[in-house]
Design a protein. Sequence first.
Length: 245
Amino acid sequence: MIMSLFAFILGSSLASFLCVVVTRLKRNESIIFPQSHCDNCQTVLHTWELIPVLSYITLRGKCSNCSAKIPKIGFIAEISLGTLFILATHAVSPISAAIIFTWLTLLTLEDLSDQQLYQWETLGFMITASFISPNPFVFIGFIWTLSLIITRINYRERFIGNADIEIVLAFFLIVGNLTTLIIIFIACILALLFLCCLKNYRYKLPFIPFLSIAFIITTTALNIFSEQNFMYKKSIEIISRCFSW
């Protein structure tokens, strides 16, 4: 319980910081200075207004000074990453899972903002994936080479965003071929469902949020099934020992 609470606080705090990073980078502002403030009236926020999740609920989504609406995306990101950090505590490698979830949150926020990602973000995610990857160096090198070739071709044709390609290739490094194909399939289904629900949607669709959601769904499901399989094998082992006696 205490570990889960700590994980949620850490995750939601990181999400709050990532929202600031995304907003200020788009404005070419420093991510450190000035202090956090209302984007509408420029009033510096009080300490209690910086508490993730609770501050949004207490303020009812509005600035305490000018009553301007606070973007919901920050609140959603704080709850999401906080929850994902709780899930990470149950992963085989909690630290690796938390790092991946943090990267995906940043990339998702950037894509939702204006669908323009910085090269260092996708490159950083691929480097992180390379360190976390259980695959041999030959496969990692192959994926990096493939990334350079595909992005070079895509630069001319523009059939999909380069960031989408690099993120998918990073998934190959993290979870392998079959799981990545499942993630792509689920992401496409989610995107189609989104378009079906919003028939009047006429904007360019950001795909990274769907890739992130699909990654979380797939890896969580695989983790649950692997645990169930482990428990099943343990049960069979115990029963076999009982009969052997």
